[in-house]
Design a binder for this molecule. Structure first.
Ligand SMILES: Nc1ncnc2c1ncn2[C@@H]1O[C@H](COP(=O)(O)O)[C@@H](OP(=O)(O)O)[C@H]1O
Length: 387
């Protein structure tokens, strides 16, 4: 049953996104089982399957039905005339979320403050190659342009563990509430394990990883999966010196990581921006860590940073009132140790309030991009993201 509207919006969206992403995960498994993947090459090295399409239809239709005035952006551009099977609508909610107290800075979130970023199948390339634990479903929730909550469903979690194991798991997090659904582990002491892309690597990606002096490198698929490697202590940092990922790849993982005291930023250490009018590409690359974030940003070569500038600040952020500091999340409250690196981060996150939240829905003047994904936006700004 859908949650009562007395409950703060962000809590209701997270509560709804857990069964929705779980359902999408089931769709992904069913399609692979049938073996009819319907692979389309959207661009060089960028695949889409029937699982991406069907999972997105389920997620977007289900969330839109429950939150008709919230903007939703999905990775896949789908044919709107295609019939949607109402059996794939999921409108239940997760009670566990609703028992948590909404953090104060999110209690008054209005429909127009919120954007939902959906990657129905992160790790598509790995899905087609049978590397199934790399696959995740990502539902990220942004408030006033920043990632604040996320759901990561891993449909093939436990798939090698035998027929008696429960297949799939759901990880979720809200900044100020915490992250749930996984077992947090320490990254090994005395090592510096770095994870990066396996399918979209190049010379610059490798050079940037090497500059951070890894003791070993894990080349893995999916932004969601790589953030899970960090929060479960299998890697110390996720580094991707490329503009290849988009907002739907990072919003949910960023929020889950941030909610437990970690950080996901661009390679400069600057915040990712997730309002409706941002460009879709993460043009400044990705750096995700639980500890020692600034140690890594300092190690990235300057010439790499020059080729990967931070996202341009969208118009609405330029009209900000004074920055608002939100509760700092302490990673030390959980058993995570530092990599063998010298400095500790002490930067506190800064959050911003806009004078006029509607401004964040204004179309932006950036150039267009053929890879916009799809949009359901009740305030009908035609986002015009830059490539
Ligand atoms: N050069 C590139 N071109 C297209 N997509 C890219 C890309 N680099 C990264 N991505 C996308 O970013 C996500 C994480 O990449 P990776 O698995 O290589 O770490 C994947 O999303 P999807 O699997 O949802 O398409 C991947 O397709």
């Amino acid at each position: 049953m859908a949650a009562s509207t007395n409950i703060p919006l962000i809590m209701r969206i997270v509560s709804a996104s857990i069964p929705v992403s779980t359902r999408a995960g089931r769709i992904i498994r069913d399609i692979l089982k049938k073996g009819e993947l319907g692979i389309v090459e959207k661009a060089k090295n960028d695949l889409q399957t029937e699982a991406d399409r069907s999972a997105q239809r389920c997620i977007v239709a289900s969330l839109h039905k429950q939150f008709p005035n919230v903007a939703i952006f999905g990775e896949e551009q789908l044919d709107p005339s295609e019939k949607f099977d109402p059996n794939f609508l999921e409108t239940s909610s997760c009670d566990e979320v609703l028992t948590k107290k909404c953090p104060e800075f999110l209690t008054d979130a209005k429909d127009e403050d919120v954007v939902i970023w959906v990657d129905p199948l992160d790790g598509t390339s790995e899905y087609t190659q049978g590397l199934l634990d790399h696959v995740t479903v990502l539902v990220g929730i942004a408030f006033k342009g920043r990632a604040v909550a996320g759901v990561i469903y891993q449909p093939y979690y436990n798939y090698k563990a035998g027929p008696d194991s429960v297949l799939g798991r759901c990880i979720w997090g809200i900044i100020g509430v915490g992250s749930y659904g996984f077992s947090r582990q320490k990254a090994p002491k005395g090592q510096n394990i770095i994870t990066t892309s396996r399918a979209h690597s190049d010379r610059i990606v490798t050079e940037s990883v090497e500059a951070c002096k890894p003791t070993s490198i894990i080349r893995a698929g999916g932004a969601g999966h790589k953030v899970l490697l960090i929060i479960e202590g299998k890697a110390h940092a996720y580094i991707f010196a490329s503009r290849g990922t988009k907002k739907w790849d990072t919003c949910a993982p960023e929020a889950v990581l941030h909610a437990l005291g970690g950080k996901l930023t661009d390679l400069h250490g600057n915040a990712m921006l997730y309002s409706a009018d941002v460009q879709r590409k993460n043009s400044g690359g990705i750096l995700a860590t639980v500890d020692n974030h600034s140690w890594y940003t300092e190690k990235i070569p300057e010439h790499v940073k020059e080729t990967l500038p931070s996202d341009p600040v969208p118009d609405f952020m330029k009209k900000l009132e004074k920055p608002l500091v939100i509760p700092e999340i302490k990673s030390s409250s959980s058993p995570v140790n530092s990599p063998p690196l010298e400095s500790q981060d002490s930067q506190s996150e800064q959050w911003f309030m806009t004078k006029d939240v509607k401004a964040m829905f204004a179309p932006n003047s950036n150039s267009s991009n053929s890879d916009n994904g799809s949009e359901i936006s009740p305030k009908k700004p035609k986002p015009n993201p830059e490539s």
